[in-house]
Design a protein around this ligand. Structure first.
Ligand SMILES: [Mg+2]
Length: 304
């Protein structure tokens, strides 16, 4: 499967390798960094880890090798954990159930989804009704809002509709925004890795609405700073004491670093070397998969 460990020609079997993308600056390509000093220095204060789901723990129903063992090891070490996803194709409860089915015991309070922030944002803005552009089962996470199918909505909230994204639903959203509703995106990811290959995420559809309406969406999921701040407040740790583990160079790593966290990029899921290199984002560390996290943190002193 593309993107899974073993596809990187620079990977050495059994070798623990850390890459600093800053070494590519100047167009000379990346160099192997044998001395992981700068990386460990940035990770030694880590007391909590935020873990992305898709592409880090699993790709659809296939668990990434070592993911379950790593989550267990991090728990046993006493690190604070939060599971943070931009996935809006399923409700919060369905995602907890999926994690359980795949062998990850995650308490409901440990899973943060953009829905929680969207509801909070609507409360702050005084929005009472919303056109909910998302799968039917996800709407249970928006019970605090009145669903409005017509042009009276205070907000248009866009999540994942998968194959059901189409002209009619986008046009309804477009009309609601033109009638005054605020455009709120649960996330704006460009694409994600499905079992059958890279696939359009929610972002391209949000971008279409922004283009048509001349409005910018308020994005509540990663990489929004408020999303990371919610996780940190939950864990009662400062940003410098937390690391984000993700496969998306922009939303996971760029967002985390901008919010003051360390960002650990994994080469699984949607990871693409060229995208990572051209993103302008410098991960604190890049590792082959989540399976290498205990070793990385142990070397930094964050893990006994
Ligand atoms: Mg991901």
């Amino acid at each position: 499967m593309g993107g899974l460990p073993g596809t990187d020609p620079f990977r050495r079997a059994g070798a623990y390798t850390v890459w600093l993308s800053r070494t590519r600056v100047g167009g000379i390509g990346r160099q192997r960094v044998c001395d992981a000093g700068p990386v460990t220095a940035a990770l030694d204060a880590v007391r909590a880890v935020l873990i992305d789901l898709d592409g880090v723990l699993y790709v659809e129903d296939q668990v990434i090798d070592g993911a379950r063992e790593t989550v267990s090891a991090l728990r046993e070490s006493g690190l604070g954990l939060r599971f943070v996803t931009n996935t809006t194709a399923r409700s919060h409860a369905q995602t907890v159930a999926k994690l359980d089915r795949l062998g990850f015991a995650v308490a409901p309070d440990e899973l943060l989804t953009p829905a929680r922030l969207a509801v909070r944002y609507c409360e702050q803005r005084g929005h009472r009704s919303a056109l909910l552009v998302m799968n039917e089962e996800v709407k249970e996470d928006f019970a605090e809002l009145m669903e409005d199918e017509g042009g009276q909505a205070d907000a248009v909230i866009v999540g994942d509709l998968g194959d059901a994204f189409g002209y009619d639903v986008l046009n309804r959203a477009f009309r609601a925004v033109m009638a005054g509703a605020e455009l709120i995106a649960l996330q704006k990811n460009r694409y994600w890795m499905r079992a059958d290959g890279l696939s359009l995420d929610v972002g391209p559809f949000v971008a279409a609405l922004e283009f048509a309406t001349h409005r910018d969406a308020v994005v509540v999921g990663k990489p929004a700073r408020s999303f990371f701040e919610l996780a940190l407040a939950d864990l009662d740790v400062e940003a410098r004491a937390a690391a984000m583990l993700g496969d998306d160079i922009e939303t996971d790593i760029g967002g985390a670093i901008a919010a003051g966290l360390a960002g650990i990029l994994v080469r699984t899921g949607k990871y693409d070397r060229d995208d990572a290199a051209s993103s302008g984002v410098e991960p604190t560390a890049t590792i082959d998969s989540i399976a290498e996290v205990p070793a990385l943190l142990a070397r930094s002193g964050a893990l006994e």
